[in-house]
Design a protein around this ligand. Structure first.
Ligand code: ADP
Length: 171
């Protein structure tokens, strides 16, 4: 049985993430989406909320399960008995960091390979931080995230003023 992990922050899950999940679930027997519990990124959604949203939007995929993890990706992959890590590549700007991470992971765990799926052109511009930014200013995010979570993202910004913008972080 070939198991892969697809790690990320998913803060929140976007249609670009869902596209990668659906495509990689067709390639492997089992896909474990790993939600990184990374407090230093000061996430908009708690890890529990991110896991629940992912569960909801992947409920049609029988070979996908959602888990959270702390610490090193290689340790999480070993716990999942996964030999493959899936990552999405949007643009050349993703490449340098992703290459460095996959090489580092192979040094730590030589049996763990990373495969990269190129983003569907429709979602090449899309990131969770763009979604947070548009939602913060009350914009329409229905083209960016699964319909089921649109309201949940907008609710996070109800009552906020529109000065300053969300955390100025890249993802
Ligand atoms: P991280 O903090 O690990 O980058 P993200 O949740 O931002 O977590 O992204 C998780 C994975 O999904 C990464 O491999 C990223 O390149 C990929 N990804 C992000 N946005 C998109 C998108 N629009 N289309 C395809 N892949 C994407």
């Amino acid at each position: 049985m070939r198991t892969a992990v697809y790690p990320g922050s998913f803060d929140p899950v976007t249609l670009g993430h869902l596209d990668i999940i659906e495509r990689s679930a067709r390639i492997v027997d089992e896909l474990v989406v790993g939600v990184l519990n990374n407090n230093s990124k000061n996430p908009l959604f708690s890890v529990k909320e991110r896991v629940n949203m992912l569960k909801e939007v992947t409920s049609h995929l029988s070979n996908v399960r959602i888990e959270s993890f702390d610490g090193l990706l290689v340790d999480f992959a070993v716990r999942c008995h996964a030999a493959v890590v899936v990552r999405g590549l949007r643009a050349i700007t993703d490449f340098e960091y992703e290459l460095q991470m996959s090489q580092t992971n192979r040094i730590m765990c030589p049996d763990l390979d990373t495969i990269f799926l190129t983003t569907d052109l429709e979602y090449a511009y899309l990131s969770s931080s763009i979604v947070r930014e548009v939602a913060h200013y009350g914009g329409d995010i229905s083209a960016f995230v699964p319909e089921a979570i649109v309201e949940r993202v907008l609710e996070k910004f109800v009552g906020e003023n529109s000065f300053g913008g969300p955390e100025n972080e890249q993802d």
